[in-house]
Design a protein around this ligand. Structure first.
Ligand code: MN
Length: 202
């Protein structure tokens, strides 16, 4: 079962002006596509992984044969992270979440602005390349985490409900070295409906 690049769920221009179309086109069509291609190349060399889903590969990364574990970690992680990332953004989105997620955020951080500051700190504080995450425990408790490279919470058995790509390729064309500005703009495209769905499915 070859892994394949999912189509963007909206036009590359849809998140303008916050995330520009050229960045979206290259990020999805080149970067994400390369993770898929390289993951398939690793699986081709390892037939026993042919029937593992992408989730299986991340969740059980320690059981992946050592000869391809690094490649699967980087490229399977990259494929999983980006497939989720596109769904976590949408046009005409952003704002503050209501419902269970909004309540859980308020309970944990006091208010949405404090949560946003803490999440931004996780993103700006990640040295080099990686991701910031909002993770939900089975009991509904929320934590902010950060992973390097293309690692993700699923590799630690955790359920991410929101993730932010802070690799330079995610923002450099429009924001250059200004990662904090990219993060500020990104809140305008966060798809809280999808985050809420993932929170319910914890
Ligand atoms: Mn990326």
């Amino acid at each position: 079962m070859a892994h394949s690049l999912p189509p963007l769920p909206y036009a590359a221009t849809a998140l303008e002006p916050h995330i520009d179309a050229l960045t979206m086109t290259i990020h999805h069509g080149k970067h994400h596509n390369a993770y898929v291609t390289n993951l398939n190349a690793a699986i081709d060399k390892t037939p026993e992984l042919a029937n593992w889903t992408l989730g299986d590969l991340c969740r059980n990364i320690a059981q992946v044969p050592e000869s391809v574990r690094g490649a699967v970690r980087n490229n399977g992680g990259g494929h999983w992270n980006h497939s989720l990332f596109w769904e976590l953004m949408a046009p005409n989105a952003g704002g503050e979440p209501g419902g269970d997620v909004g309540a859980a955020i308020t309970k944990t951080w006091g208010d949405f602005a404090k949560f946003r500051d803490a999440f931004k700190a996780a993103g700006t504080g990640r040295f080099g390349s990686g991701w910031a995450w909002l993770v939900a425990g089975r009991d509904g408790a929320l934590t902010i985490e950060s992973t390097p490279n293309q690692d993700n919470p699923l590799m630690e058995g955790k359920h991410a409900i929101l993730g932010l790509d802070v690799w330079e390729h995610a923002y450099y064309l429009k924001y250059q070295n200004r990662r904090p500005d990219y993060i500020d703009a990104w809140w305008n495209v966060v798809n809280w409906a999808e985050v809420t769905k993932r929170y319910s499915a914890r």
